[in-house]
Design a protein around this ligand. Structure first.
Ligand code: SF4
Length: 340
């Protein structure tokens, strides 16, 4: 269980062109540390026994805050760590705000996980996005974190100004070589009142289409997973503010983006199992029961795609003997539930 505290834009020395944390997090101001005990206690009251609990600071540049402010935030969590009711602390920050001194402070306050907003490993893209740091800052921050045994996450953003599918492929290669413990992938969105919105409205920026973003993220996820790097999120978490009409002006926004990527992976697997132009009989695929809706796709998207491309009807059935994420063609004698 994660107990999140959002500190929108706190500590940020730059306005990244795509960012409006108030829309993304739904919070308008950082919390006061004096409110932490009651907030944490109310979350703990709902925690299932035995589930590890983490306190997280998201939505700003935590390690760029004045040290006294960082101490106040982290200090307010210490009694819960001492009592064993909270297991660890995680936070997100900028790659250029990671120094040996800051990391010593985080260790002292028992922070376990640091997530860096890397976004891209292309310096031109970082410049055009107003990030104010380079890819070298990200590489150096990862080295410092690893030397001190932090758990490391990198946040990436395909579709930034100046980026391309090939460029993001290179970013993924660079990130794999850094060997973070996990990544999050958030395709760039055009959010109202951001510099990116201005670029978009004046015709100087074109966002990714939803289909292109799904394709790019699918490719990236496959590569990260093959490298043993977990992708813990794809697409922004829906918030009331983000879903309000007029907040997202353009871009590949979808409240269930990750599910779209998962469906797209199943569609690619189905295509790989079919030989083009070979047969016209209906084809049956089997997946784990928990993957049925993902394999079928929203609005039966994958079924329609197979019909369109191969002129064949497809049926997807559940086979409890298959592991999650896998698919095979044709039923077996021990196939489980009815298909769809
Ligand atoms: S992307 Fe990160 S560093 Fe940039 S403005 Fe948003 S919170 Fe701050």
């Amino acid at each position: 269980m994660i107990i999140p505290f959002f500190i929108p834009h706190a500590g940020c020395p730059h306005q990244c062109v795509f960012c409006d944390q108030k829309s993304i997090t739904g919070k308008t101001a950082p919390p006061d540390p004096s409110s932490f005990p009651s907030t944490i206690s109310s979350y703990l009251a709902t925690a299932s026994p035995g589930v590890p609990v983490e306190v997280a600071f998201y939505g700003g540049s935590f390690t760029a805050l004045p040290v006294e402010v960082q101490k106040r935030y982290l200090g307010a969590v210490q009694p819960f760590l001492d009592a064993g009711t909270v297991e660890s602390i995680r936070l997100s920050t900028r790659p250029d705000a990671v120094t040996p001194g800051i990391l010593a402070l985080l260790k002292h306050y028992r922070v376990r996980t640091v997530e860096l907003g890397a976004q891209s490993m292309d310096d031109e893209v970082l410049l055009l996005s107003g990030r104010g740091h380079t890819a070298a800052h990200t590489a150096s921050a990862v080295t410092l974190l690893r030397e001190r045994a932090f758990f490391i996450g990198l946040q990436l953003m395909p579709g930034l100004p100046g980026d391309t599918a090939a460029g993001f492929h290179e970013t993924v290669s660079s990130v794999i070589s850094l060997k973070p413990d996990f990544v999050r992938i958030y395709p760039a969105l055009v959010i109202r009142d951001t510099p990116l919105a201005e670029l978009y409205l004046t015709g100087k920026y074109a966002p990714l289409s939803l289909d292109d973003a799904v394709d790019i993220c699918r490719g990236a996820m496959e590569r990260f997973e093959a490298a043993g790097i977990a992708v813990i999120r794809a697409g922004l978490q829906p918030t009331e503010e983000l879903e309000r009409p007029g907040t997202v002006l353009a871009g590949p926004w979808h409240p269930a983006f990750r599910q779209l990527v998962g469906s797209s992976r199943f569609l690619e697997s189905m295509r790989a199992l079919l030989e083009p132009g070979n047969a016209s009989a209906p084809v049956i695929f089997a997946v784990n029961p928990a993957d049925l809706s993902s394999a079928i796709g929203q609005d039966r998207r994958n079924i329609h795609a197979i019909r369109e491309q191969y002129n064949r009807d497809a049926r997807i059935i559940a086979d409890p003997n298959l592991p999650r994420g896998s698919i095979r063609k044709g039923p077996s004698c021990n196939t489980g539930e009815a298909g769809l």
